[in-house]
Design a protein around this ligand. Structure first.
Ligand SMILES: [Zn+2]
Ligand SMILES: [Zn+2]
Length: 58
């Protein structure tokens, strides 16, 4: 059996609080520097709900 390393949590989605792991699809606001999950990225139409800047994919 292969050893499965513990996934590294890099943060939580600013909007829904979902845990974001390294290697996962995630988005970040370049102005606020806060992360968003792909679900929230769609729900806010790619714009930061705090400052309305377009989110960048990471
Ligand atoms: Zn979210
Ligand atoms: Zn922002």
């Amino acid at each position: 059996m292969a050893y499965v390393p513990k996934m590294l949590v890099i943060g939580r989605c600013t909007r829904c609080g979902k845990k974001l792991y390294r290697g996962d699809e995630m988005y970040e606001c370049p102005k606020c520097g806060v992360p968003y999950c792909p679900t929230c990225y769609k729900k806010v139409y790619g714009r930061c709900p705090i400052c309305q800047s377009p989110l960048e994919e990471h």
